[in-house]
Design a protein around this ligand. Sequence first.
Ligand SMILES: [Zn+2]
Length: 341
Amino acid sequence: MKVFYSDVHALHQPLMFLKAGQLVPNPETAARAHAIAHALGGAGFELVAPTYQGLDAVLAVHDTGLVRFLETAYQAWARLPDAGAEIVANTHPGGRFRHRPESVIGQAGFYTQDAACPIAAGTWQAALAAAGCAADAALAVMGGAASAYALCRPPGHHATRSQAGGFCYLNNAAVAAQLLRRQFKRVAILDVDVHHGNGTQDIFYDRSDVFFASIHGDPDGFYPFFSGTPSECGEGEGLGFNLNLPFPVGSGDAEVMRALASALAAVRSYAPQALVLSLGFDAHEKDPHGAHRVSTAGFMAMAQAISALGLPCVAVQEGGYLHEELGSLARDFLRVLSGHC
Ligand SMILES: [Zn+2]
């Protein structure tokens, strides 16, 4: 299994993270990706730098305004008198109000969902390189590879068509799925990150050619709070092609495997020709950020069950925060997923 990985991600070093009203260090660190890359390299996986050029694949799933904002806002921000080190919004549009202001402070609120997506000098380059990894992984599968893995950092599944959020700037899984659609008539995205993939749902919500299924902690008590309920089934042509399967906060192997079994049954009945796996490790019992209790053996069972779909698969890294087993967990999961266990 080829691994697409760019060390450009290390230019993105977010500082700000608000947790229950307290400023704490941001857990979406470069060390996460370094740990996974190190474990994969040591296990004989082939790590390849992305070569995808251009913005076509990104603009196919994102609003041009968001993309231009991410690309250029930091320069405008840095010119503000007394600007902080990172772009973090202090106001967001509410009610019916959707005026897009000229001010970079206002645009920060317009193009972000929350305070968990700070933007600094290297953020755009890192986000673009992550999207490039996802694009190249999709192209590898389109070229005949059974599977490929995009070690994306920053992650992507909380980025909607027009807003960054939750450590995510560009939706890497959506970039991969949209590219796969050039070759495969029906594509499924399975999101096993412990947080609902609200951004991916947003992008494909009115489409029937990309089926989205997500298993995640119940949004009644867990980020992203405002989406991820079973009542969100898609709309228009997409009605019936969006499936949310929340499990209670604090769940372990049994509850997560039950949700996964339902998701896999739905994917099978959709009969896709290719799969994008939004792969988060933050449901793991040792994850410092999550509140769930999935064991390493539970993750291996998940990998086995997903692999049994027998579909060409692009795995895209989402969440999963640093602990001593993160690298080996990713390595072992990908071995099982790619059938080389
Ligand atoms: Zn997550």
